[in-house]
Design a protein around this ligand. Structure first.
Ligand code: THU
Length: 160
């Protein structure tokens, strides 16, 4: 038996003011998207903003449903829109902000596993990394240079 060690490097910023200016602007668009979340059941609002290589920004928020599994996360709402609208344009960065509607969540909220899998698909498709920045509603921001850091041993088209 051999041991396989998997390492990921993430970067932690103390606040939004510390991240590059263009990312601050992207995160503000994610905050605006979060305010448009339709989350009457969980009361947990999420906003995502994607910066594309052509300079366009695509945003999304979580969209819930009385039939719970029919709802969709913010990240997938945004990335599927980008995939549908701009199929040949690379995604450079995704900014995510999330928190309970009733609380000032200050711990960074990472994308869920299903969203990581969805983002991974586009990273593989475009053959270049997608930067991910995620935060709560205030406070620290965490950056990953690539989705791959958040999803080691990815399941992708190479096995099909
Ligand atoms: N949610 C997202 O939008 N993104 C995630 O990565 C995790 C969870 C949404 C789904 C649901 O509407 C609410 O947050 C609570 O799970």
């Amino acid at each position: 038996m051999k041991e396989l060690k998997i390492e990921s490097t993430l970067y932690i910023f103390d606040s939004i003011e510390e991240v590059p200016e263009n990312i601050q602007s992207l995160m503000k668009q994610a905050v605006n998207a979060r305010k448009k979340a339709y989350a009457p059941y969980s009361k947990f609002s999420v906003g995502a903003a994607l910066l594309l290589e052509n300079g366009e920004v695509v945003t999304g928020s979580n969209q819930e449903n009385a039939s719970y599994p029919s709802g969709l996360c913010a990240e997938r709402t945004a990335i599927y829109y980008a995939g549908a609208q701009y199929p040949y344009i690379k995604i450079l960065t995704i900014a995510i902000t999330a928190g309970l509607q009733t609380k000032t969540t200050s711990n960074p909220i990472p994308p869920c596993g299903a969203c990581r899998q969805a983002i991974a698909e586009y990273e593989v498709k475009q053959e270049s990394p997608i930067e991910i920045y995620f935060m709560g509603k205030i406070g620290k921001v965490i950056k990953s240079n690539s989705l791959a850091n958040l999803l080691p041993l990815v399941f992708d088209k190479s096995v099909l």
